[in-house]
Design a protein around this ligand. Structure first.
Ligand code: SIN
Ligand code: CO
Length: 390
């Protein structure tokens, strides 16, 4: 269980959003005072050995960098006494409940922006080198000490021939040492270079991705194309014997352009594309279905409430509700209860008292898919200490 609470000190979340977010770095000393790492080193290394978990190992020897991708057996991970290496484990919130709970402290930022929680472990001198990210990131020092050198990127030239993107001419403006519980916020594109000072340095990166416009456009075009069922087929204009056979007929080019011009997506199309795209689980995510009938899941929901599984993603607009890459049916789209579930990640038995038959049916269906857990399942998991699968 994570009982960590973000402490703004002399700051507030409102002031942060107004003055800092996406603008400039901010160091919050003891943002999580007394923070206790959610995973031990051994647990993190074990996670890096799981084939469903994305992990990387980066080792530095002078100017040489070596990058490997997981899963890693314990023997493939260097001895902790060896200097200058780091293990990075991505998406820890998908696998560990406490990590997912930590992210709830950052819900003053829209869920649509949240990417994941990455945890790094570094030996003395370890780090990923000077770089910039296309993310807003909160770098929470969970254990040990890390020196961060940060500054605007004036020259984005990369060091040639390196397995990771390293800035060739990074000129940091600030030099900070973070202690456990300290947290550094960096806006996208801010240069940073974090080096472990001493052993057992663990940094938690809470990343918020800003999708590039081209990526969203690709998704919109893809989904629009998928929704076009055939349409008229091309027919030749009058043909002429002796015309060059290899010439691409201009009429065919015009035909394709007309198909494109006919696509006039309105705002609901963009909402639907973004809603399904941004809630689509990452490829390595899979859900476990419980061995229970729909009727019993429905009853359990009514009696004990329900909670979104940590891997589920849910968003909504005024017109639609999306979960794990799907939009709910038109009949359920206006549901306030489903919006409450999306915002609170849970519904109590009391909140479910006036649920409609349709709402209860879809909640039971989501439980059957493993997207939602009934209150009694959550209680049973807590009692056995089973906070991650396996
Ligand atoms: C790290 O934890 O070493 C890397 C975090 C980052 O630089 O984004
Ligand atoms: Co970074």
């Amino acid at each position: 269980m994570s009982n960590a609470t973000l402490n703004w000190g002399h700051f507030t979340a409102t002031r942060f959003l107004r003055e800092v977010w996406q603008r400039k770095p901010l160091l919050l000393r003891q943002a999580f005072a007394g923070f206790a790492p959610l995973l031990s080193r051994a647990q993190l290394f074990a996670l890096a050995g799981d084939e469903d978990v994305e992990s990387r190992l980066l080792q530095r020897n002078g100017r040489r960098w070596l990058l490997d991708h997981g899963p890693f057996s314990r023997r493939q991970i260097p001895p902790v006494e060896q200097r200058n290496w780091t293990l990075l484990v991505q998406g820890v919130n998908l696998h560990v409940d406490a990590a997912s709970e930590l992210l709830s402290q950052f819900r003053f930022i829209p869920d649509a922006r949240l990417d994941d929680l990455m945890i790094s472990w570094a030996s003395d001198g370890g780090g990923v080198g000077p770089h910039q990210d296309a993310y807003d990131v909160f770098l929470l020092q969970a254990a040990g000490r890390r020196r961060w050198r940060i500054g605007p990127v004036l020259d984005a030239t990369l060091q040639p021939g390196k397995p990771v993107k390293l800035l060739a001419h990074f000129e940091p403006e600030e030099d900070l040492i973070l202690e456990p519980g300290d947290m550094l916020y960096l806006p996208p594109g801010w240069g940073h270079d974090g080096i472990a000072v001493g052993n057992d340095c663990m940094t938690y990166s809470i990343g918020f991705r800003a999708p590039p416009q081209g990526e969203l456009l690709k998704e919109v075009l893809w989904q629009l194309a998928e929704s076009q069922h055939g349409g008229p087929i091309y027919s030749d204009p009058p043909l002429r014997v002796g015309a060059p056979p290899a010439l691409l007929p201009p009429a065919m080019v015009k035909f394709a352009a007309q198909a494109f011009a006919r696509l006039k997506p309105d705002a609901t199309v963009f909402e639907s594309v973004l809603g399904t795209y941004l809630t689509t689980p990452k490829p390595q995510v899979w859900f476990e279905s419980p061995q229970a009938s729909l009727a019993s899941l429905r009853r359990a929901c009514q009696q004990t409430g329900c909670r979104l599984d940590r891997r589920s993603k849910m968003l909504y607009t005024a017109q639609a509700v999306f979960i794990n890459g799907e939009a709910v049916s038109a009949e359920l789209a206006p549901s306030g209860l489903l919006r409450t579930l999306a915002d609170q990640h849970r519904l109590s038995a009391l909140q479910l008292k006036d649920a409609t038959t349709g709402e209860l049916a879809v909640l039971a269906q989501w439980c059957a898919q493993g997207w939602l857990l009934t209150g009694d399942m959550v209680a049973a998991a807590a009692a056995t200490g089973k906070t991650r699968r396996g």
